[in-house]
Design a protein around this ligand. Structure first.
Ligand code: SF4
Length: 112
């Protein structure tokens, strides 16, 4: 997905292109500028799909500073992302969960 598609979901008040210099950039240049602002493009992407809770929390913290967080989360909810950290939230089986539980742990509630 082109990053501008993601950015289209941002509420920038209809004040023109964002970032402002974007209107003079080619598509690849624009994507490069935007990528430089997005934490999951600047760090190891595996962090967003980590198993360790400490790493998941690190990904969530990095998302909090992301300029496209709101749109990212909305898109992930729409797509019912099967897993990973999206928009600062943890997804498991297409829904947001409060925290990721490690593999092999028993369910809190017995399965029916
Ligand atoms: S909010 Fe989305 S785009 Fe931004 S760092 Fe988190 S996962 Fe990446």
């Amino acid at each position: 997905m082109r990053l501008t598609t993601l950015l289209d979901t941002l509420n920038n008040g209809g004040n023109g292109p964002w970032p402002p210099e974007a209107s003079t950039l080619t598509d690849p240049e624009f994507d490069l500028v935007i990528s430089s602002l997005i934490p999951c493009r600047q760090n190891d992407a595996e962090l967003w799909f980590a198993e360790r809770e400490s790493e998941v929390e690190q990904a969530k913290a990095l998302c909090r500073a992301c300029p496209v967080r709101e749109g990212c989360l909305a898109g992930a909810v729409d797509r019912r992302e099967p897993w990973g950290v999206w928009g600062g939230e943890v997804f498991v089986d297409g829904v947001v969960v409060p925290r990721k539980r490690g593999r092999g742990r028993p369910r809190k509630v017995a399965a029916a």
